[in-house]
Design a protein around this ligand. Structure first.
Ligand code: ZN
Length: 307
């Protein structure tokens, strides 16, 4: 299993890390050494996962080649990351986060919504992102807030009107996203016929990561279990096989209307079992073959918005 992440070391320096053959390595340093050995010291340095994607190097083979080559020349034990790390969001600056509403039948039903006849698209602001381990800050006057555990697609190549048969060339990898939703605010805006952008885009309402797994390292993204626990109690327990519109069709559909570009994030919808979060809760979203996204909920000062 190869999984890639962004983290801060104890001096608050950003690095890219890779879990490779069961151990975590500092990829930023490993790549600098690899450049000296194999690339005549040419090419970029990598402090952010998104840069690896933009250089079209985000493939399981890149990491195999890197570490296999290094091991021929030197020990790689000095590149090991020891102890826990402080994760950063694995994508720094997505142009956009496109979300899909009601993509699981039972989730549409639990909120008394009809199953849509074509995908419902909405956006989350990139400024809502927070890393695994960070706090979901819930303003005290915002009303009910729900978790939504989701598989997220990371786009690897720019494309417009991508054919479903070619979508796999455009996906860099997969990660975990919590589409935290201010549900009362969303309902209020929906009833007025307004967009629900703000209810989805509060600061810290998009926990993401910690790992991005290269697309070709996942056997079948359409057969991954998604489990969400709140304080170790199971709330959501679904499988990506139950998506109404599968990933390849979703990516093709979105790209009919807008160019998707490197680092863009697509949240593919949530299974049934969304529930209300309270201050102090620990929420964990686990997706097979990818890992676990963990965040605590913290009460925050009121927004004091005018009616
Ligand atoms: Zn959602």
């Amino acid at each position: 299993m190869t999984r890639v992440f962004s983290y801060l070391d104890n001096q608050n320096q950003p690095f890219v890390g890779v879990e490779w053959q069961g151990k975590r390595y500092n990829f930023t340093l490993a790549w600098a050494l690899y450049k000296q050995i194999s690339l005549n010291n040419q090419g970029p340095d990598f402090q952010f996962v998104q840069m690896i994607i933009e250089m079209d190097l985000f493939h399981a083979e890149t990491f195999d080649e890197l570490f296999d080559t290094l091991k021929q020349y030197r020990s790689i034990s000095d590149l090991l990351i020891r102890g826990p790390v402080q994760f950063k969001a694995p994508i720094e600056r997505p142009q956009k986060i496109v979300c899909v509403g009601r993509n699981y039948r039972e989730h549409a039903a639990e909120l008394n919504n009809p199953v849509p006849d074509e995908p419902i698209l909405f956006a989350k602001s990139p400024s809502s992102m927070v890393a695994s381990g960070g706090m979901i800050r819930v303003p005290s006057d915002i009303g009910k807030v729900h978790h939504e555990g989701e598989l997220a697609v990371i786009i690897g190549k720019s494309g417009y009107q991508i054919k479903a048969s070619q979508v796999s060339e455009y996906i860099a990898g997969y990660t975990i996203l919590n589409d935290v939703t201010a549900r009362d605010l969303q309902q209020k805006d929906k009833q007025k016929g307004l967009p629900w952008f703000r209810a989805k885009s509060l600061d810290t309402f998009c926990p993401i990561g910690p790992y991005v797994v290269p697309a070709n390292a996942i056997a079948d993204p359409q057969n991954l279990g998604i489990r969400v626990t709140v304080n170790d109690e199971v709330r959501q327990d679904g499988n990506t096989r139950d998506m109404i519109t599968p990933i390849t069709e979703l990516v093709a559909y979105i790209s009919r209307y807008m160019t998707l570009t490197e680092g863009d994030i697509i949240a593919t919808g949530t299974p049934a079992g969304v529930s209300t979060l309270a201050s102090g809760d620990l929420i964990k979203i686990e997706i097979d073959e990818i890992g676990t996204l963990e965040n605590n909920v913290l009460a925050a000062p009121p927004i004091l918005s005018k009616k």
